[in-house]
Design a protein around this ligand. Sequence first.
Ligand SMILES: [Zn+2]
Length: 212
Amino acid sequence: MIHRFVFNPFLENTYVVDMGNKEAVVIDPGCQTRREKQELEAYIREKELVVRYTLNTHLHVDHIYGNEMLKELFASESIANISDQIPREITEKPIRRRYWPFADIEPQIDRYVKEGDKLVVGENEIHILETPGHSPGGLSYYIPKLKMVFVGDLLEKAKLGTLEYIYSDKEQMKQSVKKILELPQETLVYYGHGDFSSIKQEKCDLGTDLEH
Ligand SMILES: [Zn+2]
């Protein structure tokens, strides 16, 4: 079972996925204001879910506002890819302008994962796919039994994700998208922004975009 919130001025999708046995993951908690945080907390408490992991598809600020809150309230362990960590200068000050355009917070990451890693939550396995392009450490989370994949900003419905950052890479993005499109075609695809789709539908919609 899945619940979507749309949070913050970037209209970012935050997903709560019930993985069975009352265990859950939260994908990209974008809750920024006190009210948004309360809304997410209330939902989790009402459903009596144990949040095991906060899964960050990437570390853009609109996707990580709630990391700290989920750790504090629910002891949820936050997961990301190390290639998305903020490069630091020798002074240990993050290079915020270049890599972190809107930041007033730093991500709280407990564990870095890589391609092929698996997490077991409730009755489900989560497969980690490295899908760089929008950002160098972009991850997708594939849950085979639930037939769902969460791709962050790699894609939007029927189009490739944005390449607006200095480290965005179109070739990497195309390779990552091809990897996603190899998943079973009935798999539903959930994005960082906007409505969901399916692998089957994305294959139709994206076809020629991947060729040039
Ligand atoms: Zn992004």
